[in-house]
Design a protein around this ligand. Structure first.
Ligand code: ZN
Length: 274
């Protein structure tokens, strides 16, 4: 059985970035594994939901577990770091935060998971951390190093060495971003990119995108998983208000860049084969 391993910095990133490919892989009989590097400790109750007596971090842990179940993920790991918050915030200074963690130590933790899971494909953020968040950048760096360590027979990592056949980063092609932004503005809806027509620094040049995965049959599952993160993605979130005629364009495709390994033979539009 093929295995897809997706490595994400915070609770909710798995659903937003890879919810479609995870749901599709699970539906096709691929074993799916998710690693969440931090507990989202620096997040806020963005949606303003009633938390009762439950601390936000515990609430986010429950939301994550629900999303993971909705996506049909077979195995979930918490890497155990603390959320760093955005650049310049006090959470960046916390000694346990992911941003300050020694890269090699984080990579060794991840490499042990890679060796135990033996994935056919690994997915993480790109080197820019998708939108520049320190934890997203760190997740990319730690993943790259972990894949190398997992394959190295001399590395001090538990388990048998495993060479990951393909390592991808998730992205959004610039042309889709520009088109989606324009469509939202035309529909009189708020764009996540604000008023600026050019959504730099998000996304990647189209020529860099190697793999576009059709996840349109799984958009409902992806949205349900996002909705499970109720403290982060509320009913008025942009994700929950994409007009029906734009849903496929916006959420029905997930895009990736193959950074290591050869393309999947015979399936340029997939990350793993069943
Ligand atoms: Zn995140």
């Amino acid at each position: 059985m093929s295995v897809l391993l997706c490595i994400h910095p915070h609770p909710d990133d798995e659903s937003i970035a890879c919810g479609g490919v995870l749901a599709r892989a699970a539906a096709e009989g691929v074993r799916t594994v998710v690693v969440t590097c931090t507990g989202g400790e620096a997040g806020e109750n963005l949606a303003g939901i009633d938390l009762g007596d439950v601390p936000l971090v515990e609430h986010r842990r429950r939301e994550l577990a629900e999303a993971i179940a909705i996506l049909g993920v077979d195995e979930h790991h918490l890497l155990g770091y603390r959320d760093s918050g955005m650049v310049g915030t006090v959470d960046n200074e916390h000694p346990d935060c992911f941003h300050r963690a020694e890269l090699e130590a984080a990579a060794l933790r991840l490499a042990a998971i890679v060796r135990s899971v033996r994935p056919d494909a690994v997915v993480s953020d790109d080197e820019h951390g998708t939108y520049g968040h320190p934890d997203h950048i760190k997740a990319h760096q730690a993943t790259v190093r972990a894949v190398a360590l997992a394959a190295d027979p001399d590395a001090d990592v538990t388990g048998e060495p495993w060479r990951v056949p393909r390592r991808y980063v998730h992205t959004f092609s610039r042309s889709r971003l520009v088109a989606a932004h324009a469509a939202l503005i035309e529909a009189g809806l708020p764009s996540p990119f604000g008023d600026d027509v050019e959504p730099e620094p998000f996304g990647s040049d189209d020529a860099l995108v190697t793999t576009r995965v059709d996840v349109s049959p799984h958009v409902g599952t992806k949205m349900a998983a996002m909705r499970a993160h109720a403290s982060q993605i509320g009913a008025d979130s942009f994700f929950m208000n994409v007009p029906d005629d734009l849903i496929d364009a916006f959420l029905g495709v997930e895009e990736f860049i193959l950074e290591e390994g050869d393309e999947l033979p015979g399936a340029p539009d997939a990350l793993v084969l069943p």
